[in-house]
Design a protein around this ligand. Structure first.
Ligand SMILES: *Cc1c(COP(=O)(O)O)cnc(C)c1O
Length: 383
């Protein structure tokens, strides 16, 4: 049926109608007073969302652009960095850092398992000469549905005192608590098509005063992604280059919606969606890829054993017009992933679980009692 498509992937995520309508306007001049006012309002609300009094800069880029900006603005070739790698996006940090000639030491965990904070502690405590310039991690590892223990890892970074903590919060910002100032996070990257409830196209970088000090000594070449230029412009409610004006109309409305909901309520909603999704999968007799205690609040990875993951995805798409994500790299065909990030309600999760049950029946899966997935999810939502 036309226009009944339902996105349940971890980005791009669904967009509220009021945001879509806000974008359906003529662009205005990005140097106009009216647009400057919009930048001012957005910037203030971005600080609220990031729980920071410091800078949050907007780039016309996807999340990876924000990650790259984080590396090239605060580090130099030859710098020693510890990079957490337990999935596709941790691996991306490693690749970006190596591309720019950093001396990368990886701290790895098997895909589907969280990073061990003690491994960071050991490296940081052994670094008596303070040669580690940064610890770089992915908070919510979207490829596996694992939430890494940023708070504990960060505590060890703070004890080291020298190293910066740089975080990919692309699928944690807006879904779980990331109190940037309280924790003293130095660089936090995110992207518009995830928790922001707007389409792809904007990257965001939050920067601490300590990171700006590092910026003074960072020697990697940069031009378009030179965050100093973004800071200078943002301080005057402007942007260094032409920003995606219409996307920012949408962002303004989306941030107002988020403010209306409130941070606590937003985090609680994502937690409930996660718990219900996980309960629903267990009810359907499907195995979860990430452990309960390190579950991402943005995405749930499911590893079916009696039915092909890709058959589930294609049937969900064909019969119910629900898009689920597949596995990446060696997990392709082994897992599927349900996104529940951003503009997602309890009803959406119930719909997805019911459609999954019908899909599994069609495909001959016999691991579940009829209705058990819905019953388990309803139980979570009734509390
Ligand atoms: C989506 C995502 C990114 C950014 O990907 P882009 O395609 O560049 O927007 C980075 N990290 C994580 C954890 C993500 O989920």
């Amino acid at each position: 049926m036309q226009d009944k498509h339902m996105l349940m992937i971890p980005g791009p995520t669904p967009v509220p109608e009021s945001v879509l309508l806000a974008m359906a306007k003529h662009p205005i001049g990005h140097r106009s007073g009216d647009f400057s006012q919009i930048i001012g309002q957005i910037t203030e609300n971005l600080r609220w969302l990031h729980q920071t009094q410091h800078d949050v800069l907007m780039l016309t880029a996807s999340g990876t652009g924000a990650m790259e900006a984080g590396i090239i603005n605060f580090l130099s070739a030859g710098d020693r960095v510890l990079v957490g790698n337990n999935g596709k996006f941790g691996e991306r940090w490693v690749k970006i850092a190596r591309t720019f000639g950093l001396e990368v030491e990886e701290i790895t965990a098997e895909w589907g398992k969280p990073l061990d904070p003690e491994a960071f502690k050991a490296k940081l405590e052994a670094d008596k000469d303070k040669t580690i310039k940064a610890v770089i991690i992915t908070h919510s590892e979207t490829s596996t549905g694992v939430l890494n223990d940023l708070q504990t890892i960060n505590r060890y970074v703070k004890a080291h005192e020298e190293a910066l903590i740089m975080v990919d919060a692309v699928t944690s910002l807006g879904a779980v608590n990331v109190p940037i100032d309280e924790w003293g996070l130095d660089m936090v990257a995110s992207g518009s098509q995830k928790g922001y409830m707007i389409p792809p196209g904007l990257g965001f970088v939050a920067v601490s005063p300590k990171a700006w000090k590092a910026y003074e000594n960072a020697t990697l070449p940069k031009f378009y992604l030179d965050l100093g230029a973004y800071k200078k412009a943002t301080d005057k409610n402007s942007s260094p280059f032409t920003p995606p004006v219409n996307l920012m109309y949408g962002l303004k409305v989306a941030l107002e919606i988020m403010k209306g909901e409130g941070l606590e309520a937003m985090f609680a909603r994502h937690q409930r969606l996660t718990q219900a999704t996980r309960a629903g999968m267990k009810g359907l007799g499907l195995s979860l890829f990430a452990p309960d205690e390190s579950a991402s609040f943005a995405v749930t990875a499911v590893m079916p054993s009696t039915v092909e993951a890709e058959a589930i995805r294609s049937t969900m798409k064909k019969e119910f017009d629900i898009a689920l994500a597949g596995g990446q790299d060696h997990l392709k065909g082994k897992i599927f992933r349900i996104g529940h990030l951003g503009f997602v309600s309890e009803r959406d999760v119930l719909t997805a679980i019911a459609a999954l049950e019908a899909t599994l029946q069609k495909l001959g899966h016999d691991g579940a009692k009829s209705g058990a997935g819905m019953a388990a999810a309803a139980q979570v939502f009734s509390q």
